[in-house]
Design a protein around this ligand. Sequence first.
Ligand SMILES: [Cu+2]
Length: 296
Amino acid sequence: MTTLAIINDFLGQPELASEHGEMVDHMLELVHWFMAALFVGWSAFLVVVLWKFRQKKNRTADHVGVRGHATTHLEVGVVIVEVVLLLGFAFPLWQTRVEAYPVGSDPLKVRAIAYKFAFEFQYSGNDNVLGRVDYRQIAGDNPHGHVANDPASRDDFFSPAEMVLEVNRPVVIDVSSKDVIHNLHMPVMRIAQDATPGVRSHMWFTPTKTGSWDIICGQLCGPGHANMGATVTVMSREDFQEWWDERHPDVIDEVEPADPAEPVEEVADDSGTADLDVDGVADHEPESADASVASI
Ligand SMILES: [Cu+2]
């Protein structure tokens, strides 16, 4: 699909590096054309009424006002275009995203941990299951709150400030926050997701280009917000494998792959704030349609 991008280019839309991004750009372009038409139409209308109802020509006020139905027809036209945009473009985009949610062992699993004022990325290791984190277990020697008895976490590894991905391989990202609400925003991937403490959010996409781009925080989160960022680097399959092998802990040789069907022992909740428990073991199904919608 080739996309008309005159207004997007004019507004400085960054380059595109994800599979679904073309649909997002296409819809943005259409919405902007529609807004441009409305802007021109309403501006012309304003000029016409200023001229037509000028004081010099109309010494006495007309208390009846508009007599024709032209404005009603125009309003109906606007509603029809908006319905077409919603039903013809926004809903299909949402539906495609929800139906194509990647499952199974192929998608890369990453957890993005946001905190004031940086991002850190947890990789699932060769078992492809992210180890659980529980923020009540955060301590000096456990900065991410790893659940110690979770076998899935033993081969996990971290990448501070750089999210490395494999080109053309879907990635599912668990987005969470350790303090306030942040937002993992990757403009080139045309995707963003709030990182809310106590809420498990997912986002997914397929990068289509190799390169390095900015990740920014999309929620005003405090005095360091402007400097809160990271990098997303997309590598070829070979380079990614090399990067992975360099970081993957040796412990993998001693660990049995975690069985996602076997529940990990729950941590005793003595705080009365069960919602704070943010886990992500083998659970990458969207919990509701909202989880996928929010990732666009
Ligand atoms: Cu932030």
